[in-house]
Design a protein around this ligand. Structure first.
Ligand code: GLN
Length: 340
């Protein structure tokens, strides 16, 4: 059953047109998905707004015209539009999967009781946010909480910890991933602010030891190369209760998925997460490389890569394309028909 509940509900910030189609949760029709992807691609392909991140010098050099959209359903169907094979660095989208690994290894309270699961209302690399509650009452989607999460992955050596992180990301993507060395070196040479944040988290006892190593591993995790299909498969694995719908591997315990999605819904697009959730209802995560992933639980994962960002550090084309596509396909989990 498909109910058209509303059209042109509102214009928010004068930018996004919110129109929602409400669907019962049923497999998506291929023609409908293809039409939604193609129409968003055509609509935003020539949009020239925002700019590549340049505080990490290597990111400024990435082609700003790169634009790819992929949607992967929970039954493993892959739909795409535009450039789906060019790779960018995963950047902050990595935070989701490192946090998931910590939850898997140490349990849900480890995150809740350390950096916390609340929004900061500040930019992603805010020091004020750390100071406010001594490194607590924040979350693993902003740098302080994310570097702390990286420091919580167990292992006897840097190599062992790094190997676990990289192969875990690969399990979500469904293929072996590798590091963009140029981006890693570029960020490692310019990440003094993150080093300071990690030291503060150490001073407050959130990071237990070796804050410099945690920052270094975190910087490497942000430099992992992904294409749009990788990101969409990672999102679809979360949409499918932690089981990769393409490889059929259970990557994250089914019971942990709601916690991961909750933190994404709270802080995945930093201090603009409320705006994003208002428009889409979807747990999402952005990265300054230009990627955004979003999860429609039980239905699909979607990803867009497009490097130009807005002031909050979120890809402009990605936000718009995902919003349009998800709303056209009834992806918003809060949009339900009343019981008859
Ligand atoms: N590696 C980047 C940083 O730590 C990630 C930030 C982001 O994607 N928002 O600054």
């Amino acid at each position: 059953m498909k109910l058209l509940i509303s059209k042109c509900l509102a214009i928010v910030s004068g930018v996004f047109l919110l129109s929602s189609t409400l669907h019962a949760a049923q497999p998506l029709a291929a023609a409908e998905v293809k039409a939604a992807l193609n129409s968003a691609y055509a609509k935003y392909k020539d949009l020239q707004e925002g700019a590549n991140a340049d505080y990490i010098p290597a990111l400024a050099k990435v082609d700003s015209n790169l634009f790819g959209i992929v949607l992967v359903t929970v039954d493993g169907k892959v739909y795409s539009a535009g450039d789906v094979s060019s790779e960018v660095s995963i950047q902050s989208i990595s935070k989701v999967f490192t946090m998931a690994k910590v939850i898997e290894e140490k349990g849900e309270d480890a995150i809740f009781g350390n950096m916390g699961v609340d929004a900061t209302g500040q930019v992603f690399n805010s020091i004020v946010a750390v100071e406010q509650y001594q490194g607590a009452e924040m979350n693993a989607m902003v740098n302080a909480g994310a570097i702390t999460a990286t420091s919580m992955i167990s292992g006897k050596s840097r190599d062992e910890i790094w190997g676990k992180i990289l192969s875990y990301y690969g399990d979500f993507a469904g293929r072996k991933l590798s590091v963009n060395q140029e981006v890693f070196e570029s960020e490692a040479a310019t990440n003094q602010r993150n080093q300071a944040i990690a030291k503060l988290m150490y001073a407050y006892g959130r990071i237990k030891d070796n804050p410099d190593r945690a920052t270094d591993i975190y910087t490497e995790q942000c430099s992992v190369n992904v294409n749009t299909r990788d990101l969409a498969t990672m999102a679809a694995t979360l949409a499918n209760g932690g089981k990769n719908p393409v490889t059929r591997k259970q990557v994250l315990g089914n019971e942990h998925v709601p916690r991961v999605l909750a933190v994404m819904a709270t802080a995945g697009l930093y201090d603009d997460t409320g705006k994003w959730l208002y428009r889409t209802g979807l747990p999402g995560k952005s990265g300054v490389g230009g990627g955004i992933i979003a999860v429609s639980p039980g239905r699909f994962g979607i990803a867009v890569i497009s490097p130009p960002l807005d002031a909050a550090g979120n890809s402009i084309r990605a936000q718009r394309a995902i919003t349009d596509i998800s709303n056209a396909l009834g992806g918003n989990p809060y949009a339900v028909a009343p019981a008859q």
